[in-house]
Ligand binder design. Structure first.
Ligand code: TYD
Ligand code: MG
Length: 469
């Protein structure tokens, strides 16, 4: 057998190279090439891999498995995002920008769980014990029976957790500060983060406590110590929000024990994060009715309907320059598309104007269902006529101007009715089995098949919009 030449395999895309190189030719990733040992691909490998195996037992899909037990954190909004509380023996990654409030929310949750009688350990590699005590004082939680430690050496942390059989929750703030001397690389590097997280997760599974790893997000928006962590943990939550605003959104992007896309809404106050049980009311609190360029979108965040105000402003571009498009909280490519549809399909002239679009309150909308509300805000701004007061909008818009159905119309309408809205503008029922959501009592529904139907009453006020109760 000829001696096999060394082979280097990219750990990210699987491309191979004859010699080591810093950058993978296949995917362009840096430092992803790792030498594979000759045995791993020798001719006898298949026999070796299968040797000495034990038969696994197959079972039926239907069985009597109980849902995982849960330990409630005591913060309803956090529990909602987790799917009902922490699952013992599971690892949760909480990511977010520095300063967004990760340490605050976790200290609050940890303290509440400790006060409810659980053994909770809070290990910080970022702050000194004194600093955490001061924060707890400020949060009014100084008396919580929380076990606090400032540590960052994995060896010490692991040794302390090894005989923690009573712990219900362990918080590591943050995983980037934990390091092991088994690796030469600096704390926070991919190798360190991966190795430390793997060991901590192993401990959480074997000891049965719930583990929370705090992870910082880089400027590019990725969790430092990248995707590897997301694959290793059972749930990934992102804590988002605009630092200038007081709202914070906790969002599940992965959850092995619950639904993703669920959100929890918080408000950052002097006394820490307060839960917001009714976000719609908060997002609409400062809305001024009867003003041109504003429309209320009946949105959906996970399973939860949330009303948001879409604001548009048009102002003449100075000096005949290139018009500006400024978007906060929405997709700017989607705005360009909508404007093109409005001009081409609906005969609306937006002209030589700068366009500003804002989702009030600092929320970010990802739903295409917001199209109709954005279009309404734009048309209203362009014609200087307010949208009908007391109406909410939802519907997706296609390139030919057609308004498309969106999911969960009824829960959107119910939320609107709850907040005192009396009318809704939504997609027209489609022939093939589609149905218009049943509106709550007293709510007027206006169905729109084509965007031009939305625009017409703004351009020609004599054309009263056709409404149907
Ligand atoms: P922190 O939880 O330290 O953020 P992270 O751990 O994500 O880096 O939050 C820090 C910010 O929160 C800081 O700017 C101050 C603010 N804050 C409040 O407004 N109220 C409070 O009660 C606390 C504790 C912090
Ligand atoms: Mg912190």
């Amino acid at each position: 057998m000829a001696k096999a030449s060394p082979r280097f395999v990219c750990q990210s895309c699987g491309a191979t190279a004859a010699k080591w190189q810093g950058r993978c030719d296949g995917c362009g990733g840096w430092n992803t090439l790792v030498e594979e040992t000759a045995e791993a691909r020798g001719p006898g490998i298949a026999a070796k891999v299968a040797a000495g195996g034990r038969r696994v037992e197959f079972v039926a899909l239907r069985g009597s498995s109980a849902p995982p037990p849960r330990t409630a954190s005591g913060m309803t909004e956090l529990d909602r995002v987790l799917g009902g509380g922490f699952v013992p023996g599971s690892a949760v990654l909480v990511g977010g920008d520095p300063g967004i409030g990760k340490s605050t929310i976790l200290l609050q949750a940890a303290a509440r769980m400790a006060m409810a009688g659980g053994r909770v350990l809070y290990i910080s590699g970022e702050e000194a014990v004194e600093q955490i005590r001061m924060r707890a004082l400020r949060l009014g939680l100084a008396d919580a029976p929380l076990a606090l430690a400032a540590a960052s050496a994995l060896r010490d942390i692991a040794a302390s957790l090894e005989d923690e059989s009573q712990a219900t929750l362990v918080v590591i703030d943050s995983i980037q500060t934990v390091w092991t001397d088994a690796l030469d690389s600096a704390p926070g590097t991919v190798g360190q983060v991966r190795a430390c997280a793997a060991e901590l997760i192993r401990l959480c599974k074997s000891r049965g406590f719930a583990l929370v790893l705090v992870g910082h997000v880089t400027k590019e928006g990725a969790l430092a110590g990248p995707r590897v962590l997301e694959h290793m943990v059972d749930a990934t939550l992102y804590f988002e929000g605009d630092r200038g605003h007081q709202f914070r959104i906790l969002r599940a992007v992965k959850n092995r024990f619950g639904a993703t896309d669920e959100i929890g809404v918080f408000e950052m106050t002097e006394q820490g994060l307060e839960e917001v049980p009714n976000p719609s009311a908060l997002f609409l609190a400062e809305r001024r009715g009867n003003i041109a360029g504003s429309a209320v979108f009946a949105g959906l965040e996970g399973t939860r309907p949330v009303l948001m105000e879409v604001q548009a402003l048009l102002s003449p571009t100075p000096g005949g320059g290139t018009p500006r498009r400024q978007v906060v909280g929405w997709d700017s490519a989607r705005l360009s598309m909508l404007m093109a549809v409005l001009e081409t399909r609906c005969g609306l002239t937006l002209g030589q104007n700068d366009v500003y679009l804002n989702i009030a309150g600092g929320l970010r909308i990802n739903e295409p269902a917001a199209d109709l509300a954005v279009a309404a805000a734009l048309v209203s701004a362009a014609t200087a006529k307010p949208t009908s007061a007391g109406a909410v909008y939802f519907g997706e818009i296609g390139l030919s101007g057609e308004v498309r159905q969106v999911a969960q119309g009824e829960s959107r309408l119910r939320e609107a009715a709850k907040l005192g809205f009396s009318a809704a503008v939504l997609p027209r029922r489609v022939a093939r089995g589609g149905r218009t959501p049943v509106a709550p009592d007293g709510m007027t529904v206006r169905e729109i098949g084509h965007l031009a139907d939305l625009v017409a009453p703004f351009i020609d006020p004599k054309k009263k919009p056709a409404t149907k109760a």
